[in-house]
Design a protein around this ligand. Structure first.
Ligand code: NAD
Length: 478
């Protein structure tokens, strides 16, 4: 693709002085595209345009907003295969995974089209005589959305759809690694009829993001990404009194109790730890297995992992694609190399693969004798590396599951209703899975973590209204 994809500012595609190039991580000889890098002036113009547009957009009819979101949902659904192919080429997840992501984005837009007309407040009697109270929900204003590369279509969708549904103006700053698929989303919203200045997209790296979050015209920032960048953004945004939502990393435990169905538990562990090449915030990275079934579980896990096929994202035979970039490959393989010196016992994998050619391929890795002093268990690896812990008993498993500052997703495999309930009650995580992988979530319910995994209101479904609206309490009498 020779043509440069431009930023979308004030209802038009705007070129920039500098541009970046994106390459296919499955085969780096393939150029995905060239993309304009938004400079400080572009970001400023986008914020100014959004401020101007907000006056009308917050008064727009819920029907107008619903119609735009519904059109976007239909366009996405109608182009699923094409968009998923681009996503797989650009990010490296396999085509079925990309199809699932695009499908979820379409469902999200459709769900929030409905929510636009269902926006409800509350009506109460005052404690005073002859006074009524209305608690209304209103748009927050101009929102900056900063997104990562690992779900480069669905995360921009699940932030943009509620923001627009509730009458906010949006400036999206997608990851610099996945501009092509983000550009398609901007183009879909443009074609769906979003008014000038209401949705905008500025591409670029951290500098572009920093220009956006530090602009005082931005009323709220929703960020998904690493804890390091999240805390830098928090200092900026909270410092100037703006609203903030952070969705960060995880160190998600999967507990396998002695009464678990081991075949199902192994399947969930492999899907949760290794699919999407382990590049999911909800990936199972710590598998905590009751000592009574530990050896049997490990044998099955190694056997199943050894049969995974790692290859080009568009190859139908591939179970797992490449890592997203050379930097990710260096980072993830570095964790695998260092793990034994930290007392982790190597059980399988962890090699950088030379075939297929020209890609960032890495063999999923399993380490045993996990403990919470090891780096691979304290830090988010964000790749296909799993650590297996041997728990003395169920109480020990619960303790290990919670022995982390993170709290995104936690899973348990058990046939005991009592253990499942005890796990749900005891878990420090924002999402708990019973006899399901730690990955996978629905669009109509809150998504998000606790502790170091998140800050502010949850995303998605019933949760999104808390961040993307603000209440106004009106006292009324004659
Ligand atoms: P990252 O933090 O490196 O980048 C995220 C985004 O922030 C990118 O768009 C980047 O350009 C931008 N950015 C970088 N520096 C910035 C700055 N100083 N100011 C403003 N913006 C800046 O994360 P990543 O590598 O793209 O994504 C991986 C991370 O995302 C992992 O930690 C993963 O756990 C997390 N993640 C969390 C969730 C969740 O919902 N909890 C979902 C997906 C990914």
């Amino acid at each position: 693709m020779r043509q440069v994809r431009n930023n979308y500012i004030d209802g038009a595609w705007r070129p920039a002085e500098h541009c970046s190039e994106g390459y296919n991580p499955s085969d780096t000889s393939e150029l995905i595209g060239r993309f304009a890098i938004a400079g400080a002036a572009d970001v400023r113009d986008a914020v100014d345009a959004a401020r101007k547009a907000f006056a009308d957009w917050k008064e727009s009819s819920p029907q107008q907003r619903a119609d735009i979101l519904d059109r976007a949902a239909n366009m996405i659904a109608g182009r699923t295969q094409e968009l998923a192919t681009l996503l797989a080429r650009e990010e490296g997840k396999t085509l079925p995974e990309a199809v699932a992501e695009v499908t979820k984005a379409a469902h999200t837009f459709r769900y929030f089209a409905g929510e636009a007309v269902r926006l409800a407040g509350a009506s109460l009697r005052s404690v005073r005589k002859a006074v009524d109270v209305d608690v209304r929900r209103e748009a927050v204003g101009v929102v900056g959305l900063i997104t990562p590369w690992n779900f480069p279509f669905s995360i921009p969708a699940w932030k943009s759809a509620p923001a627009l549904a509730y009458g906010n103006c949006v400036i999206l700053k997608p990851s610099e690694l996945t501009n092509a698929i983000a550009w398609e989303l901007a183009n879909i919203l443009h074609e769906a009829g979003v008014p000038r200045g209401v949705f905008q997209m500025v591409m670029g790296s951290g500098d572009t993001g920093a220009a956006l979050v530090s602009n005082p015209g931005v009323d709220a920032v929703s960020f998904t990404g690493s804890g390091l960048v999240g805390s830098m953004i928090a200092a900026q945004v909270i410092g100037r009194g703006a609203r903030l939502q952070l969705e960060l990393g995880g160190k998600n435990p999967l507990v396998v109790a002695e009464d678990a169905d081991l075949e199902k538990a192994v399947d969930a562990a492999v899907r949760g730890a290794f699919y999407s090449t382990g590049q999911r915030c909800t990936a199972s990275s710590r598998i905590i297995v009751d000592g009574a079934v530990h050896d049997d579980f490990v044998e099955r896990l190694v056997d199943r992992t050894a049969r995974l096929r790692i290859g080009h994202a568009l190859d139908e035979a591939s179970d797992i694609g490449p890592l997203v970039s050379a930097a990710q490959l260096r980072r993830v393989s570095g964790y695998a190399e260092a793990a034994p010196s930290d007392g982790a016992r190597h059980a399988f994998g962890g090699r950088v693969l030379a075939t297929p050619a020209n890609g960032y391929y890495f063999e999923p890795a399993i380490f045993l004798d996990g403990n919470m002093h090891q780096n691979i268990n304290r830090e988010e690896v964000f790749g296909p590396i799993v650590s297996v812990f041997k728990a003395a008993d169920f109480a020990d498993a619960l303790r290990l599951a919670n022995a982390t500052e993170f709290g995104l997703s936690a899973g348990i495999f058990t046939s005991s209703h009592a253990k499942a309930r005890a796990f749900i009650r005891a878990s420090n995580s924002g999402m708990v899975m019973v006899n399901l992988p730690t990955v996978g979530s629905d669009y109509h319910v809150p998504f998000g973590g606790r502790g170091a995994s998140a800050y502010g209101p949850k995303e998605m479904g019933l949760g999104a209204i808390e961040f993307f609206t603000q209440t106004k309490t009106a006292y009324i009498t004659d």
